[in-house]
Design a protein around this ligand. Sequence first.
Ligand code: MN
Length: 130
Amino acid sequence: MASRSRIAVVEDNADNRLLVRAILQANYDLLEYESGAEALAAIPAAKPDLILLDISLPKMDGGQVLQKLRQDESLSAVPVIALTAHAMVGDREKYMQLGFDDYISKPITDVEAFRGTIERHLRRPQKPGS
Ligand code: MN
């Protein structure tokens, strides 16, 4: 039996974590973090296959957390998908420029599209080391 992919969820809102867990826990092993500091302390050792990162976090926002994650070469190939409640025209470009691999807007209403985005990034070939 193939091992399950491990997904880190960095999200301060308990209801949002509950929703993500409800959608994903049947198919993935989830690692949940409530703050950027908690995530940055644990993720380098946890080595998840993919990271879902809330943009709106207290103290250190998702963009700042991403910059720190990207400084760790061992995590450079791990896809990081932004989660944001403030979807506006142009946001995709903004988050891509920040270095996110993709972008999912909350509330998550299209569960299949959410799963599809995650699967697409889990299956993609690894980026060449840079
Ligand atoms: Mn938040």
